[in-house]
Design a protein around this ligand. Structure first.
Ligand code: DX5
Ligand code: ZN
Length: 211
């Protein structure tokens, strides 16, 4: 199971600092994008600057923004390995599928804690990845909501080829339950950016996984 450091920042300077902090891990990162509308927070994330500020960085973006139809193709063009938008943020999924066309394997869809897996049923066959939120999006450092574990298992049962990730409150004490449920990836933001030694924290997370 992959662990992706999350980057949730409010300025270009903070982006540089946090990237420098986790870069030694050599892992693809998860960039949180918030618009102050879909969620009660705003982040700094500029698709035109990521490559300049962090050359060679592999990244995915998590769009917590209202009406993401325009932003999805912009981030794909900016080189994001994966672009994840929220099921709750639009009814116009079809527009997004048309816009990404051949790049559909780079598309992911996130669901909030109160959204059931069944809400993905109409589009599950069009997306390559689903991100189960284990906190209400908007901030890092919140407590993990264990109902995410069952959602992972449900999604993997419904579509075994779907890449399933989990985002929010991931810590050594819950990471193994996510792996056992079939998660392919987890995001860890505060666990890795608020520690003085991210390499040690990754080791602790891997130990908890039995790796
Ligand atoms: C939630 C964001 C998460 C967040 C997770 O609003 O989508 O990616 O950064 O932060 P932690 O890992 O600190 O809960
Ligand atoms: Zn996220």
């Amino acid at each position: 199971m992959d662990i992706q450091p999350g980057i949730l920042v409010h300025s270009e300077d903070e982006f540089r600092q946090k990237i420098a902090h986790v870069r030694e891990l050599g892992l693809p990162v998860h960039i949180d994008v918030m618009d102050g509308v879909f969620v009660n927070n705003t982040t700094w994330a500029d698709p035109g600057l990521i490559h300049e500020l962090a050359p060679g960085l592999e990244f995915e973006v998590h769009l917590m923004i209202a009406n993401p139809e325009h932003a999805v193709p912009i981030w794909i063009a900016a080189g994001a390995k994966r672009v994840i938008y929220h099921k709750e943020s639009t009814e116009r999924d079809r527009l997004i599928f048309e816009a990404v066309a051949d790049e559909a394997k780079r598309l992911g869809i996130a669901i909030n804690p109160e959204t059931p897996v069944s809400a993905l049923e109409p589009i599950i066959d069009q997306v390559a990845m689903a991100l189960v939120m284990s906190v209400t999006p908007g901030a890092s450092g919140q407590a993990f909501q264990p109902a995410a574990v069952e959602k992972v298992a449900e999604l993997k049962k419904r579509k075994p080829s779907l890449v399933v990730g989990v985002d929010g409150g991931v810590r050594p004490e819950n990471i193994k339950s996510l792996k056992d449920a079939g998660a392919d990836m987890v995001v860890a933001t505060s666990a890795l950016t608020e520690t003085s030694d991210p390499s040690l924290t990754i080791q602790v997370l891997k130990q908890a996984l039995g790796e």
